[in-house]
Each structure stands twice: as structure tokens, then as C-alpha cells.
Design a protein around this ligand. Sequence first.
Ligand SMILES: [Zn+2]
Length: 346
Amino acid sequence: MKEFEREKHIRYFVANLRMLPTAYTETETNRMTLAFFCLSSLELLGALEKEISEQDRLDWIEWIYAQQIRLDSKGLNREHCGFRGSSYSGRAFDPNASETEYIPYDSAHIASTYTALLNLLLLGDDLSRVDRDGIVGTIQCLQQKDGSIAPTKDSLEKDARFLYCACAVSYILDDWRGLDIDLSVEYAKRLQTYEHTFAQSPNNEAHGGSTFCGVGALTLMGKQTEGLINKEKLIKWCLNQQTTGFAGRPNKDADACYCFWIGAALKMVDAYQLVNQENCRGFLLDCQTKIGGFGKTPGSYPDVMHSYMGLAALSLMEYPGIGELEVAINTPKRSIEKQKKERRAE
Ligand SMILES: [Zn+2]
């Protein structure tokens, strides 16, 4: 069996954290999330503290806070608070820029708010400068009458991903005022298909990514029992997606990211022991590339998302040398544990 290339992975993530290859240009607005994949991977590899200088750590915390849109004193921007995905508009580099002013097409995004909070925790920040009331109020505005969540005000993309992000943000802040839990559970029920697993939106096809989001949202809300329509059948569907690794849905090839998305869903419903871990491990090790990182399939070029998911999937099977994950929140346990301890001490 192939070796686990720890040192190469560390070099890969450090390099991508500093400068992404040009192929990522079109994903500029998601820079917050791309940074999360690199920071979280280095933490899982136990290398974050050693590889990141104190100055970089402090600078990056400042960059993240510069992406925050805070609630203004009159509450006029209450639909737009949280974190932007990047400083692409240039406004975040302007020392005179307002912390509260909302400019169209430059609003916070619920997915960026989620990964910004995780990045702050990974960098050892205590979230004391996070505008909690602003974020909670915005989640309230983003939740629709049917319980779905829009990622930004007026966005037409209202699906399982953003319900998950809203639950994750509420969980991290330990503040659930933004979400109507009953309505959210009802929506999560409507996401479940005739195969009893989750689709991206009601009446769509079951999918591995949405299954992670749906099971994750219910787990974070503490509503698995009420929300899962048929847990046994959901487990069966998930297990049926495994060949060597996992595919995202029937008749597709195995892909490193679904070893995490579906593996994590199985872990959250206490069924991970039913996975053929030897096959999954072999597939993931074959997805490693010569320059470090993981491709989505053996032989494909690496990207930071599949590389993080490869490590996260190996973490599910307690692979030696990889840290433990808090699975429902999809982040290394160590970074979220510190925050929980501080919360208890308050
Ligand atoms: Zn994939």
C-alpha cells in the first residue's frame, strides 16, 4: 500500500496558503473558504503552529476582520451582516472604509461567515470582535417562510448548504436566536427524498453533499430523532455509494471528497463502523499526488478542497498522525474545544 505523504502535504498547504495557482482566479470571491481548507489541513497535520509565523497569524486575523460587515447603529443593514468571502472589491484595504456600509454585490455571505469563524478559531482568535447581534439578525432575515436559508439577501440559491451553514454559525456562536428551529427541521424533512436521504432542495435527487448538510444541520440543532425520516434507509443509501472510495450519487465514480461528505454523515448517525475502511483508505492514499495534496481521483491534479477532504476522510478512520475532527462542524476538534472551554468559563 502507498505511504501517507505527510511532509509533502504540509509543503502543499503552506504553499497554497501563501499563493494560489492562477487556476483559482475565478474562485477569488471564495478566498475565505480556500484559506479554511489550508489552515484546517495544517491543523489536522499538527503543523499549523510550527508553520505559521506569529506575524502572519496576527495579519491574517486582521484580514478576516476586515471582511466583516457590522450592524450599523440604525440597523439599516441588518440583512447584510457577517463576513465577505474576500477583499476582491478592494474596499477592505481602504483604511477609511466603513465597517457597516453595505455596497450591492459586496455583502456578507453565510458560507463565508461560517468559514471566517472557523478560520478565526484555527488562528487562535477568541471571536471577541465578531458582531454576534449583526450575524444573528441577518440569519433571521435570510430564513425564508419555508425554513430554507438564502446565502445573501434576495439570492435565489436557497438550499441544504445554507441551512447547514446557518446551523454551524449558530452552533459556533452558541446563539440560536437567528433560526426558527421547528421551521428548519420541517425544511430538513422536505429535503429527504424517496430514498430517505437528502437532496439539495425539495423534490430533487439525493446527493452525498446534501446528505452531509442535512444530517449535519439536524445534528447541530440536536434534532436527529425528529428530523430523520428513516435513519436505517439513509444509512443503507450512504453505504451503497461505496465502491473503493465513495461516489456522490449512484452511477458516478468514487471521489475523494465524498469519502468525507458521506463518511461524515455515517459518523454522525453512528454507522461509520459499517464502512469498508480498508478499501476507502487505499483509495484515498492512491489519490495523493507527487506534489502533495489529493486529487479527486487517483492520477488527477490536486486542489485545496479535495486535499482537505482527503485528510478529513482519513481522520474519520483515525489514521495515525491526523488530528481528530469535530465532525458535525467539519473542523479540527482542538480549535473548537478551546472556544467551548472559554464559553464554559464565562
Ligand atoms: Zn469531489
